[in-house]
Design a protein around this ligand. Structure first.
Ligand code: HEM
Length: 143
């Protein structure tokens, strides 16, 4: 991680760079100058131009960019988005896994095998008793 002194840009500034001459965008609160990358972008320049001058986090994430792409984009980072202009949902992964959901799923992961084991034991005993009882009766009545 490079902890260089970072510049801060407002969304207003980012908005000024939204054409082929100068193309900026904000992805996950970082501002990227992708002017030079436009022609190289494997996804084409059209998609970049569509996102130019604004928030592009959703569009970027929706594509499911590879870790190579994420590594590559660091080259084009020019600074951070001003605190007041940051996307509210940048920490969305935190909300995606509610704790209560985790608890209940671990509960059921115990309960289901336990129930299956109980039913299996019961069925086995029942069958054993039926066949065992028959045998016992047969042998005792034969003597
Ligand atoms: C600095 C920003 C970006 C970088 C460095 C970047 C880099 C890349 C790279 C390396 C690929 C090849 C596939 C991969 O490795 O994932 C790719 C594909 C693609 N990118 Fe980007 N990208 C950026 C921003 C965006 C944005 C904002 C969009 C907006 C929708 C976008 C849309 C796409 C699409 C549609 C593909 C093609 C996917 C495919 O054909 O499967 N990219 N990008």
């Amino acid at each position: 991680m490079e902890e260089k002194e970072e510049k801060t840009f407002t969304l207003e500034e980012v908005k000024k760079h939204k054409d082929g001459k100068s193309l900026w965008m904000a992805i996950n609160d970082t501002v990227y100058d992708v002017t030079k990358f436009m022609e190289e972008h494997p996804g084409g320049e059209e998609v970049l131009l569509e996102q130019a001058g604004g928030y592009a986090s959703d569009a970027f994430e929706d594509v499911g960019h590879s870790s190579d792409a994420r590594e590559m984009m660091k080259k084009y980072a020019i600074g951070k988005l001003a605190e007041s202009d940051r996307e509210k949902k940048s920490s969305k992964t935190k909300y995606a896994t509610p704790q209560s959901g985790d608890e209940s799923s671990s509960w059921t992961s115990w309960l289901v095998p336990l129930l299956i084991a109980g039913v299996a034991t019961f069925a086995y005993r029942y069958l054993f008793m039926v066949s065992g009882g028959d045998n016992g009766n047969a042998s005792s009545s034969a003597q």
